[in-house]
Each structure stands twice: as C-alpha cells, then as structure tokens.
Design a protein around this ligand. Structure first.
Ligand SMILES: [Zn+2]
Length: 413
C-alpha cells in the first residue's frame, strides 16, 4: 500500500483546467513564449502557490516552486516537466509531469508530512523547441548545456530569444545564473506519458524508463544527371531519385529487418528539378536513427556508409553523406530504475521496463543530478496531436507512483 493516496479527482481537475488554456479545435497551441504558453505558465504558478510552494522564475524562464524540508542543508529533490506544447499538440505531454508534481505537494501538505529534503517543482520552459528550432532550452540552461547557437537562434519571423525570454520573466543577459551545480539537486523525477504504444498494448499501467534514446541525423545528397525523360534510354540514365528511393527502402530495413538499431526513418526527400518530364539530376534525403545504445547508432552509420557506397557503384551517381547531429543517449541508472519499480509495487501496480523513444527534460537534468522517469500509457500510442489521451486513472496512477518514489528517495538520499 502507498503511504498516502493522491486525490484522483483533483489531479484530473487540474489537468482539465490546464487543458483549456491555449486549446483550439486543432489542438493545443501553447508554443513556448506565446500568449497561450503564458496562460499555462500563469496557471502553473497559481497552482504551485496554492499548494504552498514559494515560486520564482529563473533567468532562463523556468518556473521553480520550492518547499522547505526539515533539513534545508540537504540538496533538493525536484520533480517536473513542461507546459509548453507543439502547435496542435495534446493536453498530456509535459502537462502531466507538472500537474502531478503539484498534486504530490498538495497531498504532502494535507497529510502534514514534512520531508527531510527541500522539494522543488520545476516547469521547464521551451521543451518542445518549436520556436527557434532549439529544444530543451530551459532544462539545458539549468544543466549547463546551453550552446551559443541557442542564444543566437532566431524564429521564423527573424525574432530573437532575448525579448521572448523577457516576456516570460527571464533575462538573457544573465541566463548563466540559471545553471545549477552538480550536487544542488539530490534527484530529479519526471512523470510523462509514454507517447508510444507499448504500455497501452500490453495493458501495463506503469513504465519504468530505462533510458532516453540517442539520435543520429544525416542528410544524403545524390548527384546524378538531369536529362530528357522522353529521349534518354533507360540503360544510360543516372537517376538520382531512383537511387534515393532504393536508399529509403534499405534504411527502413536496417531497423525493421536487420535490427541494427531500434528505429530508422527517412523523413524528408527532395528531387531536383522535380518536374515530371525531367530525369531527376539530384536528390536528397533526410534521415535519422534512434537507439538507447550508442554502439547501435555507430553500426547504423556504418551500414549507411556501406549502402551509399554500393549505390555509387550500382547507379553511377555521386553521393555525399552529411552527418548532422548526434544526440547522446542518456541511460537511467539501475538503482534509479529499481526505485521506480519499487514505488510502483508499493502502490500495487504492474510495471514494465521500456526505453524512451522521445527526448525529455530529464535527459538534460541528468547532467547535474540522478534522474528517473515514470511512464503511463498513451491511448493507441498517439502524441503531439489533439488525439493524445491518457485516462484519468492512468494520470492518477502516475502521480501516485511519483509520490511514493519521492518518499523513498527522501528516506534514502
Ligand atoms: Zn514532453
């Protein structure tokens, strides 16, 4: 049995109230730094204060609510996630982690339970990275992982980050003050919807996250020869789009059949001149591989090199493989995974281990503190869509495990 029961009605009421802010017929519109985002942020601040937390906004725009512990010389245990959404996003991604953390604090308040450690609820800003095309901006700022490119980024209208940060109470000229040193946080716990189909399919209420996937992004440019589609014999063509098409299928097989890495996706394709009566002279594809094991990503890169080398020979084209970005996977330590499993068992829930295919604030925070993540099912694995849904029971279960995890950590850290 869990030590205290969270209030299922109350957590779902707050999820519903937050879900009305920035809602539209197409889905949620709380894109970071927008007026809609600010309504969600203001709601989070109000709920934190009602829960008795002392709130502040750091220079990176993160909202931090703090509750004293019985020994304030101890580092804080933090819980949180984000309330920004992708355009036309859902009501649960990020929102659940913040609202559940607030519910945990409210439950402790009601029970008169004073933890040893100070506690923090953190609402990280701009997790999704829609604006400025830079993501995890708040959590990377806090974790000392901000890059010059983040500060220099401009949005699609040419606006820069500084004024946007000012709109939400941050200060770009002092953004480095948001950095927390290793040791300042005893741990960080993030409850999140799975955003994939595994828990929903197996009917398991709780997921113990084993790690956050690494990602390797490439662009492949293929040079053939543009020519007349009517007069050029098939045998003499150097058709860049045909080569690209073979690569698309080969890359799909790398994960689906060869199992070199967990998932592989060609997400973009361009043909030049893209005219129906011209043999495509050049083509390019954008692709990514994801796996929690970085060796699998290295193997995928090797295989990509092999199949493109082969295409050069087979199709008489020139190929350039451009390596764009490698995001390192973030493993969650076995100790932290075991504590999440123990918390789930104390609450009487079945659980299963699974990796996170999506990125999360926890992967940045892992740079300064031990992290753990709890997943709850996403109906049909749908996310980043207005169809995104987790049942009231799932949301409450997640909050219950978060509370139990916090109490275990407070006893042991
Ligand atoms: Zn999220």
């Amino acid at each position: 049995m869990p030590r205290y029961s969270i209030n299922e009605t109350r957590i779902n009421q707050t999820m519903q109230e937050l879900g009305e802010l920035g809602d539209s017929p197409e889905g949620m519109l709380r894109v970071a730094y927008s007026p809609e985002d600010i309504t969600g942020r203001d709601y989070a601040i109000k709920m934190m204060q009602e829960a008795g937390l002392e709130t502040r906004i750091d220079t990176a725009g993160n909202i931090i609510g703090r509750r004293s512990g019985s020994d304030d010389s101890l580092p804080a245990i933090a819980m949180g996630s984000h309330t920004d959404t992708v355009p036309k996003g859902g009501k649960y991604d990020g929102a659940l982690g913040v609202m559940a953390a607030i519910e945990v604090i409210r439950t402790l308040e009601e029970q008169g339970h004073n933890t040893r450690h100070p506690l923090e609820v953190i609402n990280f800003t701009n997790e999704e990275g829609t604006r400025f095309h830079r993501w995890l901006v708040g959590s990377r700022s806090m974790s000392g992982l901000l890059e010059q490119e983040d500060l220099d980024a401009v949005d699609d209208d040419g606006l820069s980050l500084g004024p946007c940060l000012a709109d939400i109470g941050g200060d770009i000229s002092r953004i480095e003050e948001a950095v927390r040193k290793p040791g300042e946080l005893a741990a960080y716990f993030e409850l999140h919807i799975e955003q994939g189909p595994y828990l929903d399919r197996s009917g398991t209420p709780i997921g113990v996250v084993t790690g956050i996937t690494g990602r390797a992004v490439f662009e492949v440019e293929i040079e053939g020869k543009a020519n007349h589609a009517g007069t050029t014999p098939m045998s003499t063509r150097r058709d860049a789009l045909v080569s690209a098409s073979k690569l698309v299928l080969a890359i799909q097989k790398m994960a689906a059949e060869q199992e070199i890495c967990r998932v592989s996706t060609v997400g973009s394709i361009k043909a030049v001149p893209n005219a129906v009566n011209v043999i495509p002279g050049s083509a390019s594809i954008g692709l990514e591989f994801r796996d929690t094991n970085m060796e699998a990503l290295a193997a995928a890169e090797q295989e990509l090199q092999r199949i493109t080398d082969q295409a050069v020979i087979d199709d008489a084209v020139d190929i350039d493989v451009i390596r764009h970005r490698f995001t390192t996977s973030v493993p969650i330590t076995p100790d932290m995974q075991a504590m999440v499993a123990e918390a789930a068992e104390n609450c009487g829930f079945e659980w299963e281990s699974l990796p996170s295919g999506a990125g999360h604030d926890a992967q940045a925070v892992a740079n300064i503190a031990p992290v753990a993540m709890i997943f709850v099912p996403s109906l049909d694995g749908i996310s980043h869509s207005k169809e995104e849904y987790s049942t009231p029971q799932d949301c409450a279960n997640g909050a219950q495990v978060l509370l139990e995890l916090l109490l275990l950590a407070d006893d042991r850290f």
